[in-house]
Design a protein around this ligand. Structure first.
Ligand SMILES: NC(=O)c1ccc[n+]([C@@H]2O[C@H](COP(=O)([O-])OP(=O)(O)OC[C@H]3O[C@@H](n4cnc5c(N)ncnc54)[C@H](OP(=O)(O)O)[C@@H]3O)[C@@H](O)[C@H]2O)c1
Length: 231
């Protein structure tokens, strides 16, 4: 049975989807947030996402979470856009994408694994992207983003196996939130008729899908409709 009162952790709580998740979840439960942005709110921790910062926050948090959602992600910015061809690929774009899409979520999982509810059921979702699916890659391009999300997916799968030994009631999964209006998607949606959801709708979908998963689903990759996504 779902425990509606269990506290939640949102990492990346100022982003489009992270911010909407904060708004949605804080209506019904305590929400602890980690963000690169400062806000004067209870349980709000500003972080530069360095390992030491995450470690310090983890040490000052006093509860176990029944819901954790990691929303960090990077597709464009700092003068970089997704690569169309391999000649566009630069070490800096790969390094930044791996840092923000794979390394930071991994360090969050490392330092907050001890805060995952162990007795009652717990759900932990890491926002990935269908574009990180190797099996589903039919259009090519976007090298750095694709590779870093594929790496993230492997981290989630591997950690789910490890935590499965100690957290019998945990579902830890990678999630594709679906195309959603946000800063991350904005440059690609402006002149496109591609269907997209508002961040508010996506937040509701993510909560619904994630909390419906069971420990048998742990280590999987699911989309916003609850369908399994191939690796
Ligand atoms: N939007 C879509 O269509 C779409 C589709 C597929 C997958 N996704 C995935 O969904 C997730 C959320 O994306 P979004 O659409 O909400 O994008 P967004 O609005 O651009 O949010 C970016 C996220 O990254 C965090 N962030 C900011 N600076 C960072 C840094 N230096 N290092 C690490 N993280 C940093 C932000 O949190 P703070 O500002 O609070 O630090 C925020 O959670 C991402 O993982 C993205 O890849 C989105």
């Amino acid at each position: 049975m779902r425990d509606p009162a269990g506290p939640a952790l949102i990492v990346g709580a100022s982003g489009g989807i992270g911010g909407a998740l904060y708004q949605h979840l804080s209506r019904e439960r305590r929400v602890v947030s980690i963000s690169s942005q400062a806000k004067c709110r209870a349980d709000w921790f500003e972080s530069d996402y360095s390992e030491s910062s995450l470690e310090n926050i983890s040490e000052s948090v006093d509860c176990r979470f029944s819901l954790i959602i990691i929303c960090n992600g990077f597709l464009h910015g700092d003068g970089l856009m997704p690569e169309k061809r391999v000649v566009d690929l630069e070490p800096r774009s790969l390094a930044l994408a791996f840092e923000r899409n794979a390394i930071i979520p991994s360090m969050v999982l490392k330092h907050f694994r001890t805060h995952i509810e162990q007795v009652r059921e717990a759900h932990c979702g890491v926002l990935s992207a269908r574009i990180g699916s190797i099996g589903d890659n039919r259009s090519g391009g976007w090298y750095s983003y694709r590779c870093s999300k594929a790496a993230l997916n492997m981290i989630v799968k591997t950690l789910a196996i490890e935590l499965g030994r100690t957290h019998k009631n945990l579902a830890l999964v990678a999630l594709h939130p679906g195309t959603t209006q946000s800063n991350l998607s904005d440059p690609f949606l402006r002149r496109s008729s591609h269907q997209r959801a508002s961040a508010k709708i996506t937040a509701q979908r993510i909560e619904r899908v994630l909390t419906s998963l069971t420990p048998l689903d742990s280590g999987g990759f699911f989309d916003w409709q609850g369908n399994s996504v191939q690796w």
